[in-house]
Design a protein around this ligand. Structure first.
Ligand code: ATP
Ligand code: NCN
Length: 275
């Protein structure tokens, strides 16, 4: 049965963004559409706050600039800087809820946000509210929203899009709160893209919480496996080796210009000579 309108949101460091960070959106969207599981109307990349403190996490302004370069040809994946603008690190449950609330409030034009400018991460389809609401069946009508709006409005669910390694981090002691995980999986839902070395099906089976909510977890097999990661790119850059074709040329040029991850000036000059 269709799960209705969905926005996919990926959280992470993106330090730097790789082709796989963006590719997973395409793979997930195609899978959900081909099986009629959901109508994906947008994608959001939400880079983590600097205070997350992960090793090699460069300043958010750089990560966002690189994401903009990597996503300049995308028609449907947007970047949200909301997490990076908060006073400190934001838990993923809070971020999913925030983005979902804003989308649904915008959709129903609730008075508390009457004067709200549309955030630049809002999916284009949401901006065209009339199109959104025409001729769609409603799986779970929300009476409050219908009353407020006087229309039948289908709510949007923001689901967490992640790689299987992030799913498996749920078992890291003390990393996630049980209550948050229950909400993320039970209320939002997960779309998990396979990654070498991970067995998400078994991981779900072995977790009582995930097994209980397994209908809300979509596993997507990435048949064109690609183990590029930010770690790999940082290592190559640090060693003065080529990271070309692992991420966008413009991302590589940016990180060299700004000497990120130990990129050297000679690398910068080499790029300049070639372009
Ligand atoms: N090759 C990949 N296949 C599937 N998912 C991926 C891949 N690389 C990253 N992801 C997913 O992208 C999201 C953001 O991850 P993150 O920023 O940690 O990327 P990363 O490349 O794994 O970073 P790092 O190497 O710094 O740990 C996570 O959900 C992660 O699982
Ligand atoms: O919400 C939580 O409790 C939580 C615990 C651990 C990690 N996260 C999020 O998961 C993402 C992990 O990113 P990374 O680069 O460490 O794979 C990042 O967006 C974090 O905010 C979130």
């Amino acid at each position: 049965m269709s799960q209705g309108k969905v926005v996919l949101m990926a959280c992470g460091s993106f330090s730097p963004p790789t082709y796989m960070h963006l590719r997973m959106f395409e793979i997930a969207k195609d899978y959900l559409h081909s099986l009629g599981l959901a109508n994906v109307i947008g994608g959001i990349v939400s880079p983590v706050h600097d205070a997350y403190g992960k090793k090699d996490l460069v300043a958010a302004q750089h990560r966002i600039a690189m994401l903009k370069l990597a996503l300049r040809s995308s028609t449907w994946i947007k970047i949200s800087d909301w997490e990076t603008q908060q006073n400190g690190w934001t838990r993923t449950r809070i971020s999913l809820q925030y983005h979902q609330d804003i989308i649904n409030r915008f959709l129903t034009n609730i008075s508390t946000i009457d004067d709200m400018d549309a955030p630049n991460w809002l999916p284009d389809d949401i901006l065209n509210v009339n199109n959104m609401n025409s001729g769609n069946s409603i799986d779970e009508p929300d009476n409050l929203m219908e009353r407020l709006n006087g229309n039948r409005v289908e709510r949007v669910t923001v689901k967490l899009l992640c790689g299987a390694d992030l799913l498996e981090s749920f078992a890291t002691p003390g990393l996630w709160s049980d209550e948050d995980l229950e909400t993320i999986v039970g209320r939002h839902g997960l779309v998990v893209v396979s990654r070498a070395g991970s067995d998400p099906g078994r991981f779900i089976y072995e977790s009582d919480m995930l097994y209980k909510h397994r209908n809300n977890v979509t596993l997507v097999t990435n048949y064109i496996a690609n183990e590029v990661s930010s770690t790999v790119i940082r290592r190559l850059v640090r060693r003065g080796e080529s990271a070309k074709y692992l991420t966008d040329d413009a991302v590589l040029a940016y990180l060299r210009t700004h000497r990120l991850y130990g990129a050297t000036s000679s690398q910068t000059e080499a790029v300049a000579r070639c372009s």
